[in-house]
Write a protein that binds this ligand. Structure first.
Ligand SMILES: [Zn+2]
Length: 87
């Protein structure tokens, strides 16, 4: 399976990440602290276009609903045997 990982900063300055599969479905969302510890954070795809994918995150630190748009060109794909960093 090919996956890509997107990362963004929440307004509370914590880091949110999501792993997407080839169809741009969210496999897992997480909040990543400065020690690279992952805590599950709900994430879902809000839209896709030929150029962009929109992801919404529910930040577990500050409870904000964070909407971010990522450019397809910036996604880097890799083969992952275990795409879930929480497992
Ligand atoms: Zn936050």
């Amino acid at each position: 399976m090919k996956t890509t990982q997107v990362r963004t900063r929440c307004e509370c300055q914590s880091t949110l990440m999501a792993v997407l599969d080839e169809r741009l479905n969210v496999i897992v969302g997480a909040n990543v602290d400065s020690h690279d510890k992952h805590v599950q954070a709900p994430a879902s795809r809000t839209f896709t276009s030929s150029h962009q994918v929109g992801i919404s995150f529910a930040c577990p630190i500050c409870t904000r609903n964070v909407l971010r748009t990522f450019s397809m060109e910036q996604l880097s794909w890799e083969s992952a045997s275990n795409p879930n960093p929480l497992s």
